[in-house]
Design a protein around this ligand. Structure first.
Ligand code: 9PG
Length: 520
C-alpha cells in the first residue's frame, strides 16, 4: 500500500497493512533510526549517509537486530521518521510486533515480518506525534505499574564480576543512611549463566545476602539473564531441546560472552517455560523484590521454535511467564527488544552501558559500533528514547560521582542531568571513593527531584540551568584512507574467538579497589 504525504493530507491516520510506503512531499534532512533493543543505536541521522556495518559481526546478535545488521538503507525497528526542511516530521510507526521501517529511494517504507498489522501514519509536530504514538502503544501493550522509580545502588560498574558477599557487606556498611531504595547485585553471583544459584563467593546464599540488604531498610535487587544459556550450565548440557534451533538444526548462538558462546532459551517448549517460571519464583522466594533481567533479546532471535510463532511474540510469551512468576517484584528489563517488553516490565534500559570514559576511537570510529560502553553512546540513544517515558520507567544507566581522570566534570554532570530528566537514579560508585563534597552532591541528587523541561530535541532545563546534549549526538565520520585498512584488520581480529579471549584477559575491567570499613 502506498500513501502520498502532502502538506494537506490528514495529520494522523491508522492504517492496517502488511507493508506500507509513504512518499514524501520533499527530500528530508534527517532520518530517525530506532534501534531494536536497549543497547542498539537510536539517533536522528543524515538520511543520505548510510551507517557502516558495525563490527565485529560476532556481536550482532546481542547489540542490534541481527536480521537487519547489514541492511543497506537507513532503517530501524517498528518506527521511523524523517524531518523535513522547516522542522516538521513524517512518521511511520507500527502498533504491532515484528515490524521494521527503512528510508529507501526517498520514501519511508514499513513492513511486518509475518502477516499484517496496524501503523500510525502521521505528519506535523515531532513532540506531539511521539506522544500520540506512545499513547497508542500504551493502549495496546500496557504500561508500567509503579508510580515512582526506586533509587538504586548497582554493583556492576565498580565491582564487575569481582563481586562477592564480603564486598557487598562493606558496601552496605559504607552506604550508611544514604537514601537508596534498592541495593542490586549484578552479574557475578551465579554458578553459571543458566544455573541461577549462587557460586562459592556467596557462602551465606542469596537468601542470606537478601536478608542483609533488607536489614538496612532497603529492597534487595538481583541481576539475571534467564533467556541466555551458557555452555557450562546444566541446562545447556542436559536439555539441548530447550535451546532455540537454527534452520541448520544447530542451536542458535546468542553471542560471545564469558569465554564462550551463549545460546537462547526457547520458552515455547513447555518444560523450558516451566524451568523459567521456577527460576524466577526461586529468586523472588529469596526475597529479591527488584530484578534486572538482562540479555533478553536472546529470546527474540530468529530460529526454529518448539511452537512456531513470530520471534517477538515468542519473546513476549517468555517475558509474560517471568512477569507472572515475579508477582509484585519490580522488573527492570535490559538488552531487551523495546516494543515487545511494554506492559510487562516496570523499567527498561534505553541505552548502551556507561563507562568512566566519554567515547572510544577503536569501538565507535574504527569498528563503527555505537552500542559499546561509554557516556556519549549512552546519552545519545537514551535521549532519543525519551518518548517511552509515559509507558515505562526509562533507565539511562548509572551516574558517576567520584572524580575519575577520564571524565570531565561537565561530562559527569551531563549524565547526572540525564538521570534527572529520565527520573531514574542509579549509581555504582563505591561509598569509600567519595570525597565529602562528592557525597554531599550524591545525597542531594538522591533527595531532591529537580524540575525538568524539554525545550528542544536535545535541550532541556534542569532546575534553573540550561542543559544541552548536542555534543553527544554526532556520529563519528566513516574511516578513510589508511583507517579503512585498519578497520578491516581489527574487524577480522574481533571475529576470532582466541583474540577475544586474550582481549578479555588483558583488558578485563579491573574492579575498583575497596577500602575496608573496619569490622562488619
Ligand atoms: C553484566 C552487564 C551489566 C550491564 C548490562 C550488560 O557483549 N555485549 O554487547 C554486552 C553489552 C552489554 C553488557 C554486556 C555485554 O552489559 O547492560 O548493566 O548488567 O550486562 O554482564
Amino acid at each position: 500500500m502506498e500513501i502520498r504525504i502532502t502538506d494537506t493530507s490528514p495529520a494522523q491516520q491508522i492504517v492496517s497493512a502488511p507493508s506500507l510506503t509513504l512518499s514524501l512531499p520533499r527530500p528530508p534532512i534527517r532520518f530517525y533510526r530506532h534501534g531494536w533493543q536497549s543497547w542498539s543505536l537510536a539517533v536522528w541521522m543524515d538520511p543520505f549517509h548510510e551507517l557502516l556495518v558495525m563490527k565485529p559481526d560476532r556481536f550482532h546478535t546481542r547489540q542490534t537486530d541481527p536480521v537487519y545488521a547489514r541492511h543497506p538503507h537507513p532503517n530501524g525497528s517498528w518506527l521511523g521518521a524523517v524531518e523535513l526542511e522547516g522542522g516538521k516530521i513524517v512518521f511511520l510507526g507500527a502498533l504491532g510486533l515484528d515490524a521494521h521501517v527503512a528510508f529507501r529511494e526517498g520514501q519511508l517504507q514499513g513492513w511486518y515480518e509475518t502477516g499484517s498489522g496496524d501503523w500510525l501514519v502521521s505528519h506535523g509536530d515531532e513532540a506531539g506525534i511521539f506522544t500520540r504514538y506512545a499513547e497508542l502503544l500504551g493502549e495496546r501493550f500496557g504500561r508500567g505499574r509503579v508510580k515512582k522509580s526506586p533509587r538504586v545502588w548497582c554493583s556492576w560498574y565498580s565491582l564487575y564480576k569481582e563481586i562477592d558477599e564480603e564486598k557487598t557487606r562493606y558496601v552496605l556498611k559504607g552506604l550508611g543512611d544514604l537514601p537508596f531504595d534498592v541495593v542490586q547485585i549484578d552479574d557475578g553471583w551465579q554458578a553459571a549463566t543458566g544455573d541461577w544459584k549462587p557460586n562459592a563467593k556467596f557462602p551465606s546464599g542469596m537468601d542470606g545476602l537478601a536478608a542483609k540488604i533488607r536489614a538496612t531498610g532497603r529492597i534487595a535487587g538481583l541481576w539475571m539473564a534467564p533467556l541466555t544459556i551458557g555452555e557450562s550450565s546444566s541446562v545447556f548440557k542436559e536439555h539441548p531441546d530447550w535451546l532455540l534451533q537454527g534452520f541448520d538444526g544447530k542451536p542458535v548462538s546468542s553471542g560471545y560472552e564469558w569465554g564462550g558462546n551463549t545460546y537462547a532459551l526457547d520458552a515455547t517448549h513447555p518444560q523450558a517455560a516451566e524451568w523459567l517460571e521456577d527460576t524466577i519464583r526461586t529468586v523472588v522466594g529469596w526475597d529479591y523484590e527488584y530484578l534486572k533481567l538482562d540479555f533478553l533479546s536472546s529470546g527474540a532471535l530468529p530460529g526454529k521454535r518448539h511452537v512456531a510463532m513470530p520471534r517477538e511474540a515468542a519473546y513476549r510469551h517468555a517475558l509474560g511467564i517471568m512477569r507472572r512468576a515475579a508477582g509484585d517484584a519490580y522488573l527492570l528489563v535490559c538488552g531487551s527488544p523495546i516494543l515487545p517488553s511494554l506492559g510487562l516490565c516496570d523499567a527498561m534500559r534505553v541505552g548502551p552501558d556507561v563507562a568512566s570514559s566519554w567515547d572510544s576511537r577503536l569501538y565507535s570510529y574504527l569498528l563503527y559500533n555505537q552500542t559499546t560502553p561509554g557516556i556519549k553512546n549512552a546519552i545519545r540513544t537514551s535521549i532519543n528514547r525519551l518518548w517511552l517515558k509515559t509507558l515505562v520507567h526509562v533507565d539511562p544507566d548509572v551516574a558517576y560521582f567520584h572524580i575519575k581522570d577520564s571524565l570531565t566534570q561537565e561530562q559527569r554532570q551531563l549524565f547526572q542531568d540525564l538521570t534527572e530528566i529520565c527520573e531514574f537514579k542509579a549509581t555504582s560508585d563505591l561509598p569509600d571513593s567519595w570525597t565529602e563534597e562528592e557525597q554531599t552532591n550524591l545525597r542531594q541528587w538522591l533527595e531532591i527531584t529537580q524540575e525538568t523541561k524539554r525545550t528542544g530535541r536535545y535541550t532541556f532545563t534542569v532546575g534553573s540551568r540550561i542543559v544541552d546534549f548536542t555534543p553527544a549526538m554526532e556520529l563519528p565520520p566513516q574511516p578513510r584512507g589508511f583507517d579503512i585498512i585498519l578497520r578491516a584488520v581489527v574487524s577480522w581480529l574481533g571475529e576470532q574467538l582466541w583474540v577475544l579471549k586474550v582481549w578479555d584477559f588483558l583488558l578485563r575491567t579491573k574492579p575498583a579497589k575497596m577500602k575496608k570499613y573496619g569490622d562488619l
